[in-house]
Design a protein around this ligand. Structure first.
Ligand code: BES
Ligand code: MN
Ligand code: ZN
Length: 536
């Protein structure tokens, strides 16, 4: 039996009936709802949060003592469950801490924690603060993402199922804006879950060719569900022969050591009423062993995550189509597996990027930039107004910013626009500079146009961005380094669960949404490629 049949035997188990939850939005009273569990927020005081007024009224003066006995203080992440049948209509009251300020971010976190506390209830009513479109969206997003599990590779179904029905209670349930926000939140949650599923999939099951097939299938499914006349997502897959004919030498070099050949997948979404044209580029290293510059064992364990940028880009395009955003999107994801073999590329090799730029290789573990370079040149050829790339690119960015924040680099205006999108998405990011002296460092090769890496460790995330900028044709551009926030090595917290976080796709969608609404920073036309602190 060859490796293929072994893989087939271990194929993801789709045999279990997935727990299907139906969602509803109602203005019913949380004290009268007959759901098996009702979730309310607690703010410091402690007191019940907005949305739970009539539950507080039903408990009356007993509430204070109850909260005190339960040691519930309203801190974020706190959960307490109380049998409640004689006081309210539902037999179980779930109290979840919100913190002092019930913002959408706080509600998203609390709904996520609550989702993990009610998996055995057949029906659940969420009575968190949800009287604005933003809060209602956050409650649904948090609930879906916090309750996320990845069970495809379990040999037996999990003990607890998801509730059959989830009702979001909102006093504004009949407002058009609230209904629309909840529907959009479902689409965004689908996208984040789509990214998590792909990132969590073991690397032997998600090689460049199989990932390309999954992308094609996902686009087909989205297109099928779109209404008549809606703009579709077009997909084209470049295989290793086409990549060779085109001269995509970065992708071919990185993928050369793997038994699974590389791919570049290109997606296009062209609505008739487009407000401008955005290019998205994503790093899709389906596994990063480091290649001949092999990683230490402990750095390799989570390297299936190295295709998260590509997953985010694909899901962002699908989401733009599902939401019908009036903006043209051209997307390019470079898929390769960075492995060790007799056909691996070597430190010392010179590779030629699509378009002709030559690069001297110093470290085969700095592979992402080579795949991105091919894709960025292809993206620039599409003549977009702006280019955004997203990649689990450097451990340096994790050292600099920790594991919760992405670094954003590029021209000042596009960086500001991405940071604003991150803010709207509830994903934390921070601007980083591309110092002038990096120009010298990327041009330090004595035999090729560019050096890939120069063994000065310090500032490696900034070097990488300076390298990428060479391939952006002077277009407005920003680069998101998501090496930190992509993978949660700890336990579940709020709307994040263990493993893949799905970080980035929501920021990309918010970026597209702002562009589609005609929000373009004024300085974009003027200072493309401009940067930041000069060398001292
Ligand atoms: N995929 C890694 C970066 C990474 C690190 C992603 C941690 C997620 C978590 C990337 O390809 C890499 O190996 N980068 C090197 C670059 C160096 C050789 C210039 C790194 O960060 O050490
Ligand atoms: Mn690497
Ligand atoms: Zn990598």
């Amino acid at each position: 039996m060859g490796p293929t049949s072994l893989l087939a035997r271990c194929a993801p188990n789709d045999g279990y009936p997935a727990a299907v939850t139906t969602y509803a939005l109602r203005s019913a009273s949380p004290a009268k709802t007959r759901a098996e569990a009702v979730v309310v927020g607690v703010v410091p005081g402690p007191a019940l949060a907005p949305g739970a007024e009539d539950v507080a009224a039903a408990y009356g003066r007993k509430l204070r003592g109850l909260l005190s006995t339960l040691e519930v203080t309203g801190k974020p992440g706190e959960i307490a469950k109380v049998p409640s049948k004689d006081v309210i209509g539902s037999p179980l009251l779930v109290l979840v801490g919100l913190g002092a300020d019930p913002t959408p971010a706080a509600v998203r976190r609390a709904a996520g924690a609550a989702a993990r506390a009610v998996t055995n209830a057949a029906s659940v009513a969420l009575a968190l603060p949800a009287d604005t479109p933003e809060l209602a969206a956050a409650a649904i997003e948090g609930y879906r993402l916090g309750g996320y599990t990845f069970t495809s590779f379990r040999s037996a179904p999990a003990e607890s199922a998801a509730p059959a029905e989830l009702v979001l209670l909102s006093p504004a349930a009949r407002r058009k804006e609230v209904v629309a926000a909840v529907e959009e939140a479902q689409v965004i949650a689908d996208a984040v879950i789509g990214v998590r599923d792909w990132v969590n999939t073991p690397p032997a099951h998600l090689t460049p060719p199989t990932f390309a097939e999954e992308i094609t299938a996902a686009a087909k499914a989205v297109n099928k569900a779109l209404g008549k006349g809606a703009a579709k997502v077009e997909v084209s897959v470049l295989d290793e022969e086409e990549l060779a004919a085109l001269g995509c030498g970065g992708t071919l070099a990185v993928g050369g050591g793997s038994a699974a050949p590389p791919r570049i997948v290109e997606l296009r979404y062209r609505p008739a009423d487009a407000n401008g044209h955005v290019a998205l580029v994503g790093k899709g290293i389906t596994y990063d062993s480091g290649g001949l510059s092999i990683k230490p064992a402990t750095s390799m364990t989570s390297m299936k995550e190295d295709m998260a940028g590509a997953a985010g880009v694909v899901q962002a395009v699908l989401t733009a189509a599902r939401l019908g955003l009036p903006v043209q999107v051209s997307a390019f994801v470079g898929l390769a597996e960075n492995m060790v073999s007799g056909s691996s590329y070597r430190p010392g090799d010179v590779v030629t990027i699509y378009g002709g730029t030559t690069v001297e290789i110093a470290n085969t573990d700095a592979e992402g930039r080579l795949v991105l370079a091919d894709c960025l040149v292809r993206a620039a050829e599409a003549e977009p107004d702006v280019v955004v790339d997203i990649a689990t690119l450097t451990g340096h960015m994790v050292l600099a910013l920790g594991e919760k924040l992405a670094g954003v680099l590029g021209d000042d205006a596009t960086v500001a626009e991405v940071l604003a999108a991150g803010e709207a998405a509830g994903e934390d990011a921070w601007p980083m500079p591309i110092p002038e002296f990096m120009e010298t460092r990327i041009h330090s090769s004595t035999i090729a146009d560019l050096s890939q890496h120069d063994w000065i460790r310090w500032g490696g995330g900034l070097f990488a961005a300076a390298f990428l900028r060479e391939f952006t044709a002077g277009l407005p551009w920003a680069h998101l380094d998501i090496a930190g926030p992509t993978f949660n090595k700890g336990g579940a917290a709020g709307h994040l669960t263990a493993g893949a976080t799905g970080y980035g796709v929501t920021t990309l969608v918010e970026f597209l949404r702002a562009r589609s609404a005609g929000v373009v920073p004024e300085s974009v036309s003027g200072d493309a490629g401009a940067t930041t602190p000069a060398a001292s």
